[in-house]
Every structure is written in C-alpha cells, then in structure tokens.
Ligand binder design. Sequence first.
Ligand code: MSP
Length: 633
Amino acid sequence: MSKPFYITTPIYYVNDRPHIGHTYTTVLADVIARFHRMRGEQVYFLTGTDEHGQKVEKAAAARGITPKQLADEVVANYTELWKAMTMTHFRFIRTTDADHKEQVQRLFKRLVDKGDIYKATYKGLYSVSDEAYVTETQAKELQAQGLAHQLIELEEETYFFRLSAYQDRLLKLYEEHPEFVQPDFRFNEVKRFVEGGLQDLSISRTSISWGIPVPGDEKHVIYVWFDALLNYLTGCPANCWPPDLQIVGKDILRFHAVYWPAFLMAAGMFLPETILAHGWWLMGEDKMSKSKGNVVRPDTLLRFGNDALRFYFMRDMQVGHDRGFSYEGFMDRLNADLANGLGNLASRTLSMIQRYRGGLVPMPTVMDELDQAMATQLLAVFPEYLEQARANNFHGALDVLWAYLRTLDGYIVKAEPWKLAKDPANDPKLDAVLAILYRALRATALLVAPVMPELAQTLWEGLGHSTKVAETTFHGFALDGPAIGPIGESKPLFQRIDKEKEMSELLAPETPADAKPSLDVPEIRETVEADTFFKVDLRVGRILEAERVPKSDKLIKMKVDIGLEQRTIVGGIGKAYEPAELVNRLVVVVANLAPRKLMGIESHGMLLAASDNASKPYLIAPPADAMPGFLVK
Ligand code: MSP
C-alpha cells in the first residue's frame, strides 16, 4: 500500500489565544487534507501546540500561573476552535507530551554521540520574541524599528548544532529539489540565506527552565525550536514518514527550510517533500499584534458560519502573498459569492426543477450552441479546478469556478427558462437548461467540499443525494452522469449578511473576560539606585522648528532650545504629531544621551513621551511657565 499523504501545520505557541493568522494556517492544511482524501488518498494530518520556551514562560509569569497551566488553558481554546471548525487532524500533539519529550532527548543524544552536537560558550544578542540569537545586522534592524527592548545580551555555555557542516548539502538539496520550498520567490530567499554562510546553531539554554532538559546535563534545556520541529517526527506514525507537505507562515520558513532539513540529514532521515510558506493576514499595512490592539479573533467571524470563514480564507488569500484583512471585505466577499453567486444560482435552479419538472431532473435530448458551450466549459473547469487545487492554489481554483458560475447566471438570463416553461414546445430546450445547471451545481458541490464541508453537503443533498459528498472521489465522477433524483425541498445555502448592522457590532473593541484593564504596558523595570537615575540629565526644552524626515512617516527632525544650547533631535513621533503642531511646545529632553544617527541625521537628545504599547506617544509637557533649561528632577 502506498504511503499516506502526510501533512502538517506549525505547532502554535501557547502564549496567546488563536487569532485569524493561526486559524488560516490550519484551515489551509485542513482544506488540502480533505482535498487529498477526495482524490482517494489516505491522509495523515498533524497539528498541535508549541509549549516550551521563554515566551511561554514569561506569559505565564505575567499571569501568575505556571507555564503548564497556561498551556492547558490555551490548548483548550485551540482544540475547541478546531472542533468548531471541523478540522480533520488525526493527532493534536503537545510538546509537553511524554512521547515527544522522549523523542527529543533521544535524538539530541544521538546527535551528540555522532558529533553533530557539541558544547561551547556563546556570547551575543538574543531576541526574546523570536526565541533566537540575532546577528549584528538583525539587531540593527530591530533597533531601527524601535524594538531594541526585545534584545537581551546573553553569554552562556551552550550546546551547538553543527549547522555549518550542512551548508553544501542544503544547497545541493535546493538545487536538486526545486519543489522543496514553495512558492518560488520564497525559495530564493532561503537559498540566498544559506549561500550567505551558515553558523553553528545554539540549541540549548541555561537561562530558562521551562523546556526539555538536555539528557545528562540537566541545567541546560533544549532550545525551543529544536524541540518544536521534532514534533513532526514524534507525531508521525511509522508508515507515514516523510511529510509530503508542511505548511508554515513566511516568518518561520527559515526554521523549516534550513534548520529542519539539516537536523534530519544529521539524523540520517528522509526529508519532507515540500515546505509551503504562506503570507500574512495584515490589518491595513500593519502586522496583527496584541500590542497594537488590532488582532482579529476567529470567534468574531464564526458567527457567519465555519464554511464562510474557510471560504473567505481560501478565496481571498493567494498562498504565498500577504493580504489585508477587513471586515467589510470579508462580508462583501461572502455576500457576493455565497449569498448571491452560488446561493442564488442553487436556489433558482432547484426551485425551477421543482416547479417545472416536479423535482425530477431531466436528461437533455437536444442541445443548442449555447447549451453546448456551457456543457463544454464545465468539462474544462472541472479538471482545471483540480489541477490548481493539486498545486495548493485554492485561490486560483475558486476563481475559475466562480467565473464559471457567473457565466451560468448570464446563461439563465439569455435562455429565459421562465418563458420556455410557458410553452410545451420548448420542453427539450428547457430540459437542456435545467440539466446543465444541475450538473454544474453537482460538480460545484463536489469541488468545494474540501473548502466548505457543510455547505457542500447541504447542496449535495439539495441535489437529491443521500450520500456524503466528502466520501465521493473526484476521479471517476461523471460530470454528465444522470441525476440522482428526485430533489427535495431546497435549503438556502447562505444567509445574506446585513453589513451595516454587523459592522457596528464587529468593530466594538475586544474585551476578553479575563483581561486586565486594557492597558498594554511592560512590567515595572528592575530597581535602580537613585544615583543611577540622577545620572540622566532631563531638561525642559522648547521646540523651535519641526519637519518630517524625507522617506519616513515616523521620524520628525526638530530644533529644540534647551536653555543652554539648541539641539537637533530626531523623534519617532511622526505618526502621532504633525510638525506644525509641535512648534513652540514645551517638552522634556534627555539632554545627556549619546548622540546617534537616524536616517543619516545626527540626533542629540530624546524627548520624553508616555504611552502604552497600543497607543500613540503623548509628549510630556512641562507647565506653560517653565523655562527651557530647567532641570527636571
Ligand atoms: N511555535 C512556532 C512554530 C513552530 S513549528 C515547529 C510559531 N508559532 S506561532 O503561534 O507564532 O505561529 C504559528 C503560525 O501562525 C505561523 O505559521 C505563522 O506564520 C502563523 N501566523 C501568525 N500570524 C499570522 C498572520 N497574521 N497571518 C497568517 N499567518 C500568521 O511560530
């Protein structure tokens, strides 16, 4: 028997509840899994959660609970959501599962024995949010983005994975297997990264305790990415290896297309066939993030139905590219394609078959040119859809199908079946029209079943079937086969959304029941002695001039009078303030801050501002009668 098609999603961090980004990844995998089942293949589908590491440890500490308690809570969120969304995974793996822990330690030890893992000292900058050491260039990028606070300096004894030894083999893999990373443009990024040279990878930590201990050296815990990637091995039954398709977001492609195959090469195992990297759902142009307060949760969208959300994801996102999310766009898409498009076509067709043919679907005896054209188009659309879907391009597949459904609307308008029905002499023509519409809908139900399982089943039953559409396979399906009739009462496929009404509710801000006040601020920083604080020289200043820094929407260049001298200060306040409203303002300046260059301009000092992570910066203003040069203490 051939090997089951093995498909995986990334495993999700348990520091937060799922948002639509995570949901999208899993829907994509589930749609592909269902599609392969309907191709007659055995499918093994794995998803789960990534529970170790500093991120989770910190999130739990902030809540005053243990990491495991946090994980259990978030896992419940995930499993309930996946159930509501009819995901068809076989196992939900948790990295805290006993068999996983064993697996990770076993492999770690094997690689130590083999010499691919060795111990040494590491010193460098570490990004807490990425759970990874960063290079100098990456550190500079983060600093420029105002994210320097995410970096900490670490010096530790650590175990290294001999990644550098795998550079050539990785490049050979990319050369020989152009299908290894999809889409192509992402593959090129990966190749360039590896061509740039690989350093050995630090894969243990002594600075954290929440993780799987290094066997035999328990003060080290195994690096969360080494631990996490191996879930695909732990969760794989003996007959399924290697993975056929691993879905990941673009942000974690490097881990999957560089580190992961290198680990497997070291372990002497077969490599996955394809890593498919999708893009991101954005809010406008921005990343979705809790600190920006712009996160969209699937629960909010599921009130329109599971199928609606699944369809929207597949229809609107071209795999590989980013896509802006908007509630309006979401509702427009559903109204246009499901309430109007398919819903309307199905209800018109089924009610005509009821009305004109007593629920019995006719077999066509003659077809004119127009009927023939519609029938021929269906013969082309069906395999084209399957081909696109086979290439994991559901966006393209659905596009082809919906274009055809629109043509059918035009066909009805031209054929005017309601007029044909008035004269029995037109019976053969009416038979042809009804039969073609019926066949098109039947094919549609089958094709969209992986994307919209419930809606497809409703349509399938509406067309007279008592079987499960998901258990029907694509091959051998006769597009022009006779109807399975008679058809019953037809149910509406999709309720039109009242956009105005829903908008006002959807846009209400998120207030989770367990939320602390919506203030999004870091914990109080570590204690400093008064002496340390007084080293900072704070002065009242007055802004004399302000202008935007060209090519930056964030930076404003200012001339500031601080009493004793005038300073050039560049501040990242351009999204919150217009230059004109800054002139003449009194501000508080950090006067003895070392000068630094921002976009080529030397900035000498900094303005104090208050904000939480989610809101704009509010410049701190001394009272109106304070004088530039006053010391703030
Ligand atoms: N735990 C790691 C993965 C380890 S796999 C061995 C991780 N977890 S995550 O929870 O942060 O992200 C999981 C997936 O969600 C990633 O594929 C990521 O790309 C995806 N998304 C997170 N936000 C997203 C969007 N806004 N849009 C689309 N997907 C995004 O990374």
